[in-house]
Ligand binder design. Structure first.
Ligand SMILES: Nc1ncnc2c1ncn2[C@@H]1O[C@H](COP(=O)(O)OP(=O)(O)OP(=O)(O)O)[C@@H](O)[C@H]1O
Ligand SMILES: [Mg+2]
Length: 265
């Protein structure tokens, strides 16, 4: 098997005296869609920030293509939990930013860029809102802008922190399908991007991912990795299948105890 794209070896992270992530060891394979689930506060965002190069582990090692992760890089596109839009830019301006500064945009002419920006905005269902500013949008709309900004840049590695959480159920399903298309579910495994996708929603993790990493809380540790052997391409048929329901149920049982513990704390 090929070397992992991303490797975490006994990664721990503390803030002041409190251990948030403890001895997390995890490989993300090249072209893999990996989902991370776990109760609120278990350290998911902290893990993603470390992968993005925005936080340093307190101990342990993190590598990308065999080299230590020492900071952010253009090959990794990040979508933050709080959207992190530029308030002074319009919807179009925010999406354009992802393209101009991402690896994909460099090769395009201005006309091609403009075309891709419009297409991406349309894809996330924001046609007609191109000239609005973030403060004029609902939470769900802001989340779509952040998604469009990330997708426009087409990075090799997508690091996503609950990217669909604020969306209504219908839009969410549409964007799950769209995300799988962008990831490359219709292409051979060797041509797929690598995705690390954080979510609270177990059914979403099961629908999207090749593997689901379940974290426990206080501190965040790896509880189990579950292989999702549902066939691809996936779609509505997958969502209705018995295998899908069984996998979702087994992951729910894994984190139920953790979720209760986290709620009671
Ligand atoms: N910069 C920081 N300084 C101090 N404590 C922090 C910092 N960032 C995170 N923490 C703490 O680390 C723990 C894990 O936070 P994190 O945001 O990674 O959790 P999470 O799993 O993403 O939660 P949620 O599901 O609610 O988004 C929390 O207890 C949080 O208060
Ligand atoms: Mg979080």
């Amino acid at each position: 098997m090929s070397a992992p794209k991303i490797r975490l070896e006994a990664v721990s992270k503390s803030f002041d005296a409190s251990v948030v992530v403890e001895k997390l060891s995890l490989d993300v394979r090249d072209g893999e869609f990996l989902a991370i689930v776990g109760p609120s506060g278990c350290g998911k965002t902290t893990v993603l920030n470390m992968l993005a190069g925005l936080e340093k582990p307190s101990s342990g090692a993190m590598t990308l293509n065999g080299r230590p992760i020492e900071g952010p890089g253009a090959e990794r596109g990040v979508m933050f939990q709080d959207y992190a839009l530029f308030p002074w830019r319009t919807v179009r301006g925010n999406v354009e930013f992802g393209l101009v500064y991402g690896p994909a945009g460099q090769a395009l002419s201005p006309a091609q860029r403009a075309e891709r920006v419009e297409r991406t905005i349309e894809m996330v269902g924001l046609k007609g809102s191109q000239d609005k500013y973030p403060h004029q949008l609902s939470g769900g709309m802001r989340q779509r802008v952040a998604l469009a900004r990330l997708m426009a840049s087409e990075p090799e590695i997508l690091l996503m922190d609950e990217p669909l959480a604020a969306l209504d159920a219908q839009t969410r399903v549409i964007l799950q399908d769209e995300l799988l298309r962008i990831w490359g579910q219709d292409r051979p495994a060797s041509e797929r991007r690598t995705v690390v996708f954080i979510t609270h929603a177990i059914d979403e993790a099961v629908f999207l991912a090749d593997r689901v990493a379940v974290l426990s809380s206080h501190p965040g540790r790896l509880k189990q990795i579950v292989d999702i052997d549902l066939p691809r391409p996936r779609g509505d048929e997958t969502r209705r299948s018995g295998a899908f329901a069984r996998l979702s149920q087994s992951i729910w049982e894994l984190i139920r105890e953790e979720a209760y513990r986290a709620t009671m704390n």
